[in-house]
Design a protein around this ligand. Structure first.
Ligand SMILES: *Cc1c(COP(=O)(O)O)cnc(C)c1O
Length: 467
């Protein structure tokens, strides 16, 4: 499979180069040159397969030419072997024709594990084959850092340094990162805010000499391989509910648009998805867009669903590319307008086309707590704030009652115990594999919010294996 950039100017690459590159050289995002199609018979043949076998079949066309089928099978099996539910992504019924797909049975209790566990192994595989190493550097306000560290720990060809703002993550979040004592992992507690951490990471990537010296890399949410791995659970859920002979709709709590875009990909591959419903918190750029056709950035306000506190949904560019007839120049022009003015109107035809599949609904914190309380009371399903927003958006959407609706639950309630306790009166317990999290030894280094200090630290750490 070959990949093209959404801005049309970057070189066409194979899967392995796209994996390592992340962002395209023209500032765009990589998408497959064409969508692999599964016939109805091929989709039917997925029924009853264990999650890892199904996932490997769904992903095989995307890595063709870069990772052989046998190796992909192995990597996928290893990726999900440590998940704590035998179904990996189990469905639970919460109402008439309404289901929750629980995507929080991975090591760090959020759906990001479903992609990152595989991406860490793919990095290792591709780099080892090339005789190369990379240093992954990232900033986190909590969730992404722990999923990335879990995915990269003990990988031979990868070092990883994650910056978090000292004292500003929750204790569960910090401990999920700092209790990983693997030799290739370092945590830096930065005396500053999340924005300081992000600015430092950006500055390191912009220092091209340093970037080349240590082969800096990132595993952020625009990486195509993350989207690819997420396509699998759309197939798993839909097939379990009768696809391809029954259409299915999904509702998805959305921040960077990576998760819900994987649903779009599944549909392009032939899965009969009727509707994709996007749930937002008060940071509702996407919901406003689907309502009015104008993408307009606003300031970010902190909410009870922090993983969706974003100003711009970076993966949305992939949907733009698709609905603009894969015209990279049109994408470039519209993104330029957005950068310059903080707002851009989509051409009428493209917006109308998007609305035949997508719709958005928003919930502020008060509405989120009310949703969590009512789901717990009426169905017994305790949802974290993100998952409740996704499920709530599904209920608000105008859907055919005969079409099954699957709400993706993106985090375990115990990841957000304060919000869950506020909503339901009960404090959720961590699952057994993390029950002793508060007794485990931690390791992290504290550092000033200073680019030079962090650069020296990364060089001393990652350089050790290159000397
Ligand atoms: C990252 C995250 C989201 C948002 O997913 P996107 O792919 O960025 O839209 C939603 N919920 C949780 C719990 C997350 O960690």
């Amino acid at each position: 499979m070959k990949y093209v950039s959404t801005r049309g100017q970057a070189p066409v690459l194979g899967f392995d180069d796209v994996l390592l590159a992340g962002l395209a050289r023209d500032g765009g995002l990589y998408v497959p040159e064409h969508w692999p199609a599964f016939s109805a018979a091929e989709i039917r043949a997925l029924r009853g397969l264990p999650y890892d076998r199904l996932a490997a079949r769904v992903m095989a066309p995307f890595v063709a030419g870069s990772v052989c089928a046998g190796r992909l099978d192995e990597l996928v099996t290893q990726s999900y072997a440590g998940f704590t539910h035998p179904a990996v992504a189990p469905l639970k019924q919460i109402g008439h024709n309404q289901w929750v797909c629980e995507l929080f049975h991975g090591p760090t209790l959020a759906f990001k594990d479903y992609a990152l566990q595989l991406v860490g192994r793919l990095f290792d595989h591709v780099l080892t084959a090339r005789g190369q190493r990379v240093t992954i550097v990232g900033a986190t306000s909590g969730d992404t850092g722990s999923a990335a560290i879990e995915a990269c720990r003990d990988r031979a060809a990868v070092d990883i340094v994650i910056l978090h703002p000292e004292g500003r993550t929750s204790e569960v979040q910090r401990r999920q990162m700092t209790t990983i004592l693997s030799g290739n992992v370092r945590n830096l507690a930065v005396a500053g805010t999340f924005d300081d951490c992000q600015d430092i990471v950006k500055a390191l990537f912009n220092d091209l000499a340093f970037r080349d010296e240590l082969s800096l890399s990132a595993v952020n949410s625009i990486n195509w391989a993350r989207v690819m791995a997420q396509v699998a659970y759309y197939f798993a859920a839909a097939v379990a509910l009768g696809a391809p002979d029954v259409p299915v709709s999904f509702s998805v709590p959305t921040g960077n648009f990576g998760n819900v875009f994987a649903g779009y990909v599944a549909r392009q591959m032939g899965l009969p998805i009727e509707r994709l419903v996007v749930g937002s918190n008060s940071n509702d750029i996407l919901t406003r867009f689907f309502e009015g056709g104008v993408m307009k950035a606003d300031g970010v306000v902190p909410t009870l669903s922090p993983s969706m506190d974003i100003q711009v949904s970076s993966n949305f560019e992939r949907l733009m590319f698709e609905t603009l007839g894969r015209d990279g120049q049109a994408v470039e022009r519209l993104m330029g307008e957005f950068r310059a003015h903080g707002a851009v109107a989509m051409p009428q035809g493209a917006w109308t086309a998007m609305r035949t599949l997508f719709e958005g609904h928003r919930f502020d914190d008060e509405a989120t707590l009310a949703l969590m309380k009512s789901f717990a009371q009426s169905t017994g399903e305790v949802l974290d704030p993100h998952s409740a927003i996704g499920a709530g958006a599904g209920l608000k959407a105008r859907l055919k009652p005969e079409t099954p609706l699957v709400a993706l639950a993106t985090a375990h309630p115990a990841k957000f115990p304060d919000a869950v306790e506020r909503a339901t009166g009960h404090r959720p317990a961590l699952p057994p594999h993390l029950a002793d999290l508060f007794q485990r030894p931690e390791r992290f280094d504290t550092i000033a919010a200073d680019i030079g200090a962090v650069r020296d630290y990364v060089r001393a750490f990652a350089g050790r294996s290159r000397a």
